[in-house]
Design a binder for this molecule. Structure first.
Ligand code: ADP
Ligand code: MG
Length: 238
């Protein structure tokens, strides 16, 4: 479970067309990276999948079911933001528990899921702390923990590491890849960082001005870029 299909997805804000038309298939359990320059529509595309934006036209299907008009909470997806979006006045435990509490889960179930997520993310010793008492990497793990407890069909990450320093980015990259192996869940990961795309992706979707330039494995894009844009983007060091 976790197959996502976009059919002729078009998005405009007023008269500004951001996504002219995109068709895309994401297989269950695939790690897909959307990569492209700033302003090319990566976040918009992710938000359309999450349901945080409405499509102007086209359809979004998850496991064959039309989700186009479905509210974000009813799509079975979890989104992780670059800004963490944690509640500063709540403990780590309560931050992770929050979505379950909102959904009315019972206390024992919440406790088991929170502790399980904390174990996976090495946060067990930090459950009583507030976000302000954590490092950037730990905060990002809390945000991921909050996504995990919902047991989503897919995780959507929007540049989750861009607020971290280079060394931490490297280790979090490995952690997220490891998480993907452990959870066996579809992940869509947005970045403008070629290294993240090349090292983490099963499949890379290269976007340019709201269009897909090329879709392929890191090796395919590296060896046979379809055009200069892809070659420049995948090939050029940053
Ligand atoms: P990226 O994440 O690749 O940097 P975005 O998806 O954030 O790009 O933005 C793509 C384009 O859509 C940009 O030109 C941006 O200004 C525009 N855009 C995004 N959100 C809105 C909005 N709510 N209203 C108007 N324009 C928007
Ligand atoms: Mg963005």
């Amino acid at each position: 479970m976790g197959e996502i299909r976009l059919e002729k997805v078009h998005k405009a804000f007023g008269s500004t067309v951001v996504i002219p038309e995109i068709d895309l298939e994401i297989a269950d359990n695939e790690f897909v990276v959307f990569v492209g320059p700033s302003g090319c529509g990566k976040s918009t595309l992710l938000r359309l999948i999450a349901g945080l934006e409405d499509t102007t036209s086209g359809r979004i299907l998850i496991d064959g079911e039309d989700m186009t008009a479905r509210a974000p909470a009813k799509r079975g997806l979890s989104m992780v933001f670059q800004s963490y979006a944690l509640y500063p006045h709540m403990s780590v435990y309560k931050n992770i528990a929050f979505p379950l509490k909102m959904a009315g889960a019972d206390t024992a179930v919440i406790d088991e899921k929170v502790r399980n997520a904390a174990r996976i993310l090495n946060l067990t010793d930090y459950l009583d702390r507030r976000p302000g008492q954590l490092s950037g990497g730990q905060r990002q793990r809390v945000a991921i923990g909050r996504a995990i407890v919902r047991e989503p069909k897919a995780f959507l990450f929007d540049e989750p590491l861009s607020n971290l320093d280079a060394a931490l980015r490297g280790s979090m990259r490995l952690e997220i890849s490891e998480l993907h192996h452990q959870l066996n869940t579809t992940m869509i990961y947005v970045t403008h960082d070629q290294v993240e795309a090349m090292t983490m992706a099963d499949k890379i979707v290269v976007l340019n001005a709201g269009r897909i330039e090329q879709v392929g494995s890191p090796l395919e894009l590296y060896r046979s870029p379809r055009n200069l844009f892809v070659a420049g983007f995948i090939g050029s060091p940053r």
